[in-house]
Design a protein around this ligand. Structure first.
Ligand code: AMP
Length: 286
């Protein structure tokens, strides 16, 4: 497995693969791998001849009071995990490589980014859309793989790819969870043991809403209230939002008719966790 630190190195690698007629799968990440990341890589491996993974903690998508500096990083461990999965190349650029002096161009996806995490994290999706555009232009993949755990991000990227006529397929992969249901996240390491135990209320509340939906509940307020009340009963949890919105447009809904995203963001101490379920979609994915 090749580890590239410059744009030229990864471009040369992909160019060689392409000239041999091989398809290229791409998994963009911020590193500190867990089973969620590795599942995306395995999916990419199944679907493509060559798999490229990027590891880049993108300063552009962090707010000034967010966790950019303390975001967990462990390149050596990530490299060996990716090697075990059979990844062909890792792209691990520096901030200067990605944003040299004079950098001045940004990608803004309107509408979809003006709700849910877009409200509590202004500028976040602009940072994501900009870095993902750059990474797509550098790697030029046939398919890129995103986790449903970041459902709004996956929808924003799909919209951007369609609007800007980017020539690749976006694949969404179901959320990978711990034994108690908590969605895997690099940020789970921030949680104290008590917060970690308390955080299991998130998947439990989403699962309760899913069961209520399956039992016939179609009123959005009642489904949201079910989730809110379960989380509010957990003293360590502080709700940022719990909302039900249409898929793929993320419009507010009052009665569920088509597929909808039940999404939440909740703080445990200084750690903000997100999770979601898709209701009314045959396979539960976006
Ligand atoms: P991150 O490194 O957190 O930016 O995540 C990189 C990619 O992995 C994104 O497409 C995420 O949606 C995806 N991902 C993160 N956590 C999970 C998870 N628990 N299950 C599935 N995909 C995930």
């Amino acid at each position: 497995m090749l580890v590239c630190h410059t744009i030229k190195e990864i471009r040369d690698f992909v160019h060689q693969a392409r000239s041999r007629g091989l398809s290229v799968g791409f998994v963009p990440t911020m590193g500190y791998f867990h089973e969620g990341h590795l599942t995306l890589m395995r999916r990419a491996k199944e679907a493509c001849d060559v798999v490229v993974v990027s590891i880049f903690v993108n300063p552009l998508q962090f707010g000034p009071r967010e966790d950019y500096d303390r975001y967990p990083r462990d390149l050596d461990r990530d490299v060996s995990l990716a090697r075990e999965v059979g990844v062909d190349a890792i792209f691990h650029p520096s901030v200067e490589e990605m944003y040299p002096p004079g950098f001045a161009t940004y990608v803004d996806v309107e509408g979809l980014t003006e709700c849910l995490c877009g409200l509590s994290r202004p500028g976040h999706f602009r940072g994501v859309a900009t870095v993902v555009t750059k990474l797509f232009n550098i790697v030029r993949p046939d398919r890129a793989f995103f986790g449903q755990k970041d459902a709004q991000q996956a929808l924003v990227i799909r919209r951007m790819v369609e609007d800007l006529n980017m020539d690749l397929e976006i694949v969404t992969v179901p959320t990978v969870r711990e034994d108690d249901g908590l969605a895997m996240s690099s940020r789970n390491v921030y949680l104290s043991p008590e917060e970690r135990r308390a955080a299991a209320v998130l998947p439990r509340s989403l699962e309760a809403a899913r069961r209520a939906y399956e039992a016939g509940e179609r009123d959005a307020d009642r489904l949201v209230e079910l989730v809110r009340s379960m989380i509010a009963a957990e003293p360590r949890a502080e709700i940022d939002y719990v909302e039900l919105r249409s898929v793929p447009d993320l419009q507010p809904v009052s009665r569920l008719e088509g597929p909808a995203l039940l999404a939440l963001a909740v703080r445990f101490g200084s750690t903000r966790l997100i999770d979601n379920v898709v209701l009314g979609s045959p396979d539960g994915v976006l």
